[in-house]
Design a binder for this molecule. Structure first.
Ligand SMILES: O=C(O)c1ccccc1N[C@@H]1O[C@H](COP(=O)(O)O)[C@@H](O)[C@H]1O
Length: 228
């Protein structure tokens, strides 16, 4: 079987149980997300996040997810949890996001008004390490399990982007094949209940992403195209 040169990064978000964090590490995902957003059914507190960090495998990143949290709340998480990345899912601007001296991802809502273009996004968020496209906006929340029209993703981004929103083992192969993202992020689609991940769904999700990666490699071999 041909081996792919490009590996789609995988983030599992909204973990609340050490066993789920351990399994994520065993499955070889790249990052797990801990949600500190108010109103989320997956919200955890600093002490719980610190306990979950003890279950992290080496080289598995912890991402702290916020939505319009105060600067003090973000600072407390940064100080006590020490996440390797922050993810901002609300109306935070570039100046707010860069205050914490930790690399960050800006989540872009695709549920309401659509972003103008990739270059416009990069100009609005010059400090963002990556962008994440999710289905929030227009009255819809993040982590809702809803997908959006993947063809509406803005063109012209030269920084990494993650696809998210309503992904699951049933659709992630097609999502990766259609959009070739840097990475994918999933919460509801691998859950038995909010915050409780399902081991079989976690495993199936990773399998489907890797199947899409192998297909992309086959396509490149067949058509002589360059890497992503
Ligand atoms: O997971 C949550 O509860 C959450 C709450 C507030 C902001 C973001 C949240 N999670 C992010 O939502 C998307 C999509 O999740 P889903 O797969 O559609 O359920 C993902 O980027 C999570 O990081």
């Amino acid at each position: 079987m041909p081996r792919t040169l490009f590996r789609t990064r995988i983030k599992f978000c909204g973990l609340t149980r050490p066993g789920d964090v351990r399994l994520a590490g065993e499955l070889g995902v790249d990052a797990v997300g801990f949600v500190f957003a108010h109103g989320s059914p997956r919200r955890i507190h600093v002490a719980e996040a610190r306990a979950l960090c003890k279950a992290l495998a080496p080289l598995l990143d912890a991402v702290a997810v916020f939505r319009n949290n105060s600067a003090d709340e973000v600072r407390e998480v940064v100080k006590h949890v020490r996440p390797s990345l922050l993810q901002f899912h609300g109306d935070e601007d570039d100046a707010f996001c860069r205050r914490f001296d930790v690399p960050w991802i800006k989540a872009v809502g695709m549920g309401g008004d659509l972003p103008a273009s990739g270059p416009a996004l990069m100009a609005a968020f010059p400090g963002a390490s990556a962008f994440l496209f999710d289905s929030h906006g227009g009255g819809h929340d993040g982590g809702s399990g809803r997908r959006f029209d993947w063809s509406a993703m803005p063109a012209g981004l030269t920084r990494p982007h993650l696809l998210s929103g309503g992904l699951s083992p049933a659709n992630v192969h097609d999502a990766v094949a259609a959009t070739m993202p840097w990475g994918v992020d999933v919460s509801s689609g691998i859950e038995a209940a909010p915050g409780q991940k399902d081991g079989d769904l976690m495993r199936a999700f990773v399998t489907e992403v890797r199947r899409a990666d192998c297909r992309a490699d086959d396509d490149k071999t067949t058509h002589g195209e360059g890497a992503r």
